[in-house]
Design a protein around this ligand. Sequence first.
Ligand code: NAP
Length: 289
Amino acid sequence: MSEGERATVIVDGMALANELREALRIEVASIVARGLRAPCLAVVLVGDNPASLSYIRGKRRACERAGMASREHDLPATATQHEVESVVAELNADDSVDGILVQLPLPKPLDASGVILAIDPAKDVDGLHPENAGRLVAGLPGLRPCTPLGILEVLDRHGVRLEGAHAVVVGRSTLVGKPVALLLVERNATVTICHSRTRDLAGVCREADVLVAAAGSPLLLKGDWIKLGAAVVDIGVNVIDGRQVGDVDFDAALGRASLLTPSRGGVGPLTITMLLHNTLAAYRRRTGA
Ligand code: NAP
């Protein structure tokens, strides 16, 4: 390590996720031991996008291991907007379902925002319904999006101080960038949100004590954009020559960041874990258990 460089803690997202999932499993087991039904997650899949099929398989497996019930509703890629929203309406009305997740992206020409709007906000375990998004803005309790929750979990579990820290979020999507920025503000960080029109992205990133990369642009953030000692959470999932890479140049960030998440095995496993967490939270709110 050359002068000025420091040891980087590489986050093991799978180990962290397993620890949290075991705690969830114990909680669910204690509910079931009281003679109550297990929480139930319903997943709606439209079409047969291979990436979506693989994500859904992972979610189903995680539910089973946590002792939660899961249901899958598969619709053909030719399903109409009305058909998809009717399935959502049935799940809304089904008292034995606590969480509803519609796997995105939806095939064209379906309108994802219309489908999300159809989900009962109390069962919106992806935290994407405008009511839940509004609750986050207003600082009211509600279901929060899973990846942003996973990012906060990584930072908290590694003792990263957020209060007063300058957090820079690269990306302003409804799914990740905006909600994680709001969660960081809620934790008293000073937050800058960057996007594709940001002037001097490198300069803004260099100011970050906490840097969240959520751009979906391979190796966008270079090593010398990282302030020495910054905590860097990279959620980017990109493929170059068949190899998964993040939004951060991982090798160049080693020795500069104090904390770094790899693209594979970083925040991804926590996203699914937070889905289980939200399903249990929705179950508790709905049933009072
Ligand atoms: P998205 O909807 O495509 O949003 C990307 C954001 O990044 C946009 O706000 C865009 O700016 C900004 N951006 C793109 N290129 C940029 C550049 N060169 N400079 C500055 N800003 C740039 O993506 P997303 O859904 O938020 O996902 C982001 C990444 O995270 C993707 O790789 C996705 O696969 C991954 N992801 C991972 C997980 C996980 O669990 N690990 C979960 C969700 C997503 P504009 O708004 O100006 O276009």
